[in-house]
Design a protein around this ligand. Structure first.
Ligand SMILES: *Cc1c(COP(=O)(O)O)cnc(C)c1O
Length: 432
């Protein structure tokens, strides 16, 4: 359920008619609904109650400061995967003691930054990382709080590019090396082991892979405790999927997920950490775009938008589908004919949909790509010299531009020319 609905024939984001956002900010632009973000966070978090828990939003799904701050006010922590995300989470008002740091390639500089900040937990993914973190923490003068991310070797049944729980991926410590890694961690004076971590992938649409992985991890917690390790935290990662379009699979509800987690986690008496990203932000955002041209070629109808793969990469990267709907509600009996919806970028992969039935659309019409609030703006680039896409946050009747559009002039402003090229006299109008 989200807050993007038609009222009197116009699509609204909460109380704001979406066409007014296009007028004020121009297109393409991401539009987020505060009410939807809040609702999703509350529903997910409540599904885990009354377990002792820390629900850490996965910042990589949507790193906008106002989005993070909206969630922080509800008590969300953050799961970060870089020093940059750590900085953003702190700047959004998320307390360091609610931040966990994941990722296979943390640098020593990032480890030091996180030690300095005083984060709650490092999710360590290899013995090499353990040894490096030990050195950083000893130089810092206090041990680093650590959970070891274990790769449970399960098939998550999701797209291969977002599956992380099989042993042939780069993620986590191999299952059969887990006990040895914990034994090593105990010997390192700069490491204070506190927990076990697992994350098996994203956009999971079935409960079984989670249940399989979490059952294995619960077994490991018992084994570790028997070997004398004090395991106090259990981090189950993120990954619960969302419905993207009518044909796609219907993922389990947060309540079903919560009941399963509860059954497995409760007897362990740990602080339960989760890292949902997509589930919180995915359906809380749309990408608003305008039709630039309609082109008929080779018997196909191409709807060419002013948004491209640089703004929303998921279809090109994972073959992901986003439902596309016009901002002006089509009349009930409007004919629907198949169309390819594409962007302006010079790549064949710059296609949002193929052969989707769409009502009549003309140049100048507005459409939204739904469910674009996660892994949308956070993956955007300026490829093809395009603007960095802006972001708008809506709350009731209010709207705010929470990331401004940036065009080529801005990017040129920090591309100092090599001095021997004598470029200054060619400085473009309006650049500095
Ligand atoms: C990406 C990621 C998440 C979030 O995944 P979602 O599918 O968006 O919930 C959580 N934890 C880790 C370690 C991740 O890499």
């Amino acid at each position: 359920m989200d807050h993007f609905v038609y009222r009197e024939g116009r699509l609204h984001a909460e109380e704001v008619p979406i066409d007014t956002i296009a007028e004020r900010v121009a297109t393409p632009v991401y539009v987020y609904s505060s009410a939807t973000l809040e609702r999703h966070f509350r529903v997910f978090d409540a599904a885990l109650a009354p377990l002792d828990r820390l629900t850490c939003f996965a910042v990589k799904a949507n790193a906008n400061r106002s989005v993070l701050a909206t969630l922080a006010r509800l008590g969300a922590g953050a799961d970060v995967v870089s020093g940059g995300e750590l900085g953003r989470a702190l700047a959004a008002g998320i307390a360091p003691e609610r931040i966990v740091f994941s990722g296979v390639g943390k640098t020593r500089a990032e480890m030091a930054q996180a030690m300095e900040a005083g984060i709650f937990q490092f999710n360590v993914e290899s013995t090499a990382e353990l040894v490096a973190l030990d050195a950083v923490a000893r130089a810092f003068g206090s041990p680093a709080p650590v959970a070891l991310r274990i790769n449970p070797d399960v098939e998550s049944g999701t797209h291969e590019k977002i599956a992380t729980g099989r042993r042939d991926t780069k993620f986590g410590i191999p299952w059969d090396e887990a006990m040895a890694a914990f034994a090593l961690a105990r010997r390192l004076p700069g490491i204070a082991v506190q927990g076990v971590d697992v994350h098996i992938g994203s956009q999971l649409t079935r409960l079984e892979p989670f249940a399989t992985a979490f059952t294995r991890v619960a077994g490991l917690v018992h084994e570790l405790r028997a070997a004398g390790h004090a395991i106090r935290t259990l981090d189950l990662g993120g990954g619960l999927g969302i419905p993207y379009d009518r044909e796609g699979e219907e993922p389990p509800s947060p309540a079903e997920y919560g009941a399963m987690v509860h059954r497995l986690a409760e007897p362990l008496d740990c602080l339960l950490i989760t890292e949902p990203g997509r589930l919180i932000a995915g359906n809380a955002g749309v990408l608003l775009s305008r039709v630039v041209h309609v082109k008929e070629a080779a018997g196909r109808r191409f709807i060419i938008l002013d948004a491209g793969m640089n703004d929303l990469l998921r279809p090109a990267l994972y073959g992901a589908r986003h439902e596309i709907v016009p901002v002006v509600e089509p009349v009930a009996d409007a004919p629907r004919t198949p169309a390819d919806v594409v962007g302006p970028v010079c790549e064949t992969a710059d296609r949002f949909a193929r052969d989707v039935p769409l009502p009549p659309l003309e140049a100048g019409d507005l459409v939204v790509l739904r469910s674009a609030g996660a892994y949308g703006a956070s993956m955007a680039s300026t490829y093809n010299g395009r603007d960095l896409v802006p972001e708008v946050l809506v709350r009731g009747r209010e709207m705010a531009v929470v990331r401004e559009r940036r065009d080529w002039r801005h990017f040129l402003s920090f591309e100092p020319p090599a001095p021997w090229l004598d470029l200054d006299k060619n400085a473009p109008e309006g650049s500095q």
